[in-house]
Write a protein that binds this ligand. Structure first.
Ligand code: HSE
Length: 431
């Protein structure tokens, strides 16, 4: 069978991992595909000492790869939005299939890219864009295709999970853990994407579109990072029987689809609460199969390279098969995507952990609990912490309530003379 030729654009962490695994496992991969996969060309601004590319055609202009008549599949591993979009569109216009690890690109420009791919009869594959090496795209789109997805909740940013795990287990401070994640190659070029939840929101947007057959709508995702989570909150959560995890949650409701990324308190005896370090996990709750948990390395050179190569193999198999069996990018073969709306955060319902500072004097707790009760919110637990300060920490756990009501309660509590500063909130889920 004719070899399939790939052009790799970008030789950073994922590019080098992809190159090394493709080279090292060439024989095994050939047996699986039924033909040789040749790295025809690499487009990279500089070499990477982590891979030996001697003998491979290297160009410093990535756009050469997109127009190279010998290349069947362009592998986009440069990241970012503008140049990557130009590269991918040029490749598609030139009849190339595309494999990309770029979650921002797919979450923000996916609709446009998929339309162009359909018009040009090529495949765009993006398994590596979400949760690194975990085959979650394939699991949702193919393995769970019989199901209605009730909800999915994922730890889908390794850097954020690494930071929260170190804060919880070793009491380390936020910035030193972030520097370590950067040195290990986990963090994004701009690490605020990791800690402010943007990276997770990109990935969640993609998962939700596959789960619910809706257009990619990154702009409607509620996004809150972990930079305001304090070591104190991590400890209080622990005392109450919870862990704080940075979750991306998508849930089908009567009125639409919840799409939200925020720090979340979950009971500490659950599987998701015990996913630590840079590891990722996605918990899918579906009507037929029930719950499935998909766990693995969410970042890293060869782990992500593994998912990139799985896509290359899929496309190579299709190229070599007589009939075209390509699965649509979101797994819905008709063009009839659902118009189910993405819900505003105000209408979303969760439990709440509140942390506030209140004056140590009679009647203050009564004032606070009255506001909460008047807003129709049930309190599950209330704890006043000991302190020598004039204002002492008060911790509250509430039952589930729509966020709109909680916003009203918080605004009234913050306006009290007997409270100090703002009320910190962490949403609570029993997944
Ligand atoms: N910065 C990302 C993370 C890399 O930490 O999960 C993988 O997408």
């Amino acid at each position: 069978m004719k070899p399939v030729k790939v052009g790799i654009c970008g030789l950073g962490t994922v590019g080098s991992g992809t190159f090394n695994v493709l080279t090292r496992n060439a024989q095994e991969i050939e047996r699986r595909v039924g033909c040789e996969i040749i790295i025809e060309q690499i487009g990279a601004r500089r070499d990477n000492p982590n891979c030996i590319t001697t003998g491979t055609n290297i160009t410093r202009d990535i756009f050469d790869v997109a127009v190279n008549p010998e290349v069947d599949i362009v592998v986009e591993l440069i990241g970012g939005n503008d140049v990557a979009l130009k590269l991918v569109m040029l490749a598609i216009e030139n009849g190339k299939h595309v494999v990309t690890a770029n979650k921002a690109l797919i979450a923000v420009h996916g609709n446009e890219i998929f339309a162009a791919a359909k018009k040009n009869n090529v495949t765009v594959a993006f398994e590596s864009a979400v949760a690194g090496g975990i085959p979650i795209i394939k699991a949702l789109r193919e393995g769970l295709a019989a199901n209605k997805i009730n909800s999915l909740a994922g730890i889908i940013n390794g850097t954020g999970n690494f930071i929260l795990s170190e804060m919880q287990q070793k009491g380390r401070d936020f910035s030193s853990v972030l520097s370590e994640a950067q040195a290990l190659g986990y963090a994004e070029a701009d690490p605020t994407f990791d800690v402010e939840g943007i990276d997770a929101a990109h990935k969640l947007t993609i998962l939700a579109s596959i789960a619910y057959g809706v257009e990619l709508q990154f702009d409607k995702a509620y996004t809150e990072g972990i930079s305001k989570v304090t070591t104190e909150d991590v400890q209080f959560a622990d005392e109450l029987g919870y862990r704080i995890k940075h979750l991306g949650i998508a849930r089908r409701t009567q009125t639409g689809i919840e799409l939200r990324v925020h720090p979340t308190m979950i009971p500490k005896d659950t599987l998701l609460a015990n996913v630590n370090g840079v590891m990722n996990a996605v918990l899918v709750d579906a009507d037929a199969v029930g719950q499935t948990l998909h766990y693995g390395a969410g970042a890293g050179d060869e782990a992500t390279g593994s998912a990139v190569i799985a896509d290359i193999i899929d496309i190579a198999r299709n190229i070599n098969s007589a009939d075209s069996r390509a699965v649509a990018p979101l797994g819905f073969q008709t063009d009839e995507l659902s118009d189910s709306p993405i819900m505003s955060m105000e209408e979303t319902e969760t439990g709440y952990y509140l942390h506030l500072k209140a004056a140590e004097k009679p009647g203050v707790l009564a004032e606070i609990t009255k506001i909460i009760g008047d807003c129709g919110i049930n309190i599950e637990a209330i704890v006043q912490k000991e302190s020598d300060e004039e204002y002492v920490p008060v911790i509250l756990l509430t039952q589930r309530v729509v966020e709109r009501k909680m916003n009203q309660a918080i605004a009234q509590i913050e306006a009290l003379e007997s409270t100090l500063g703002s009320v910190a909130r962490i949403r609570v889920e029993h997944l």
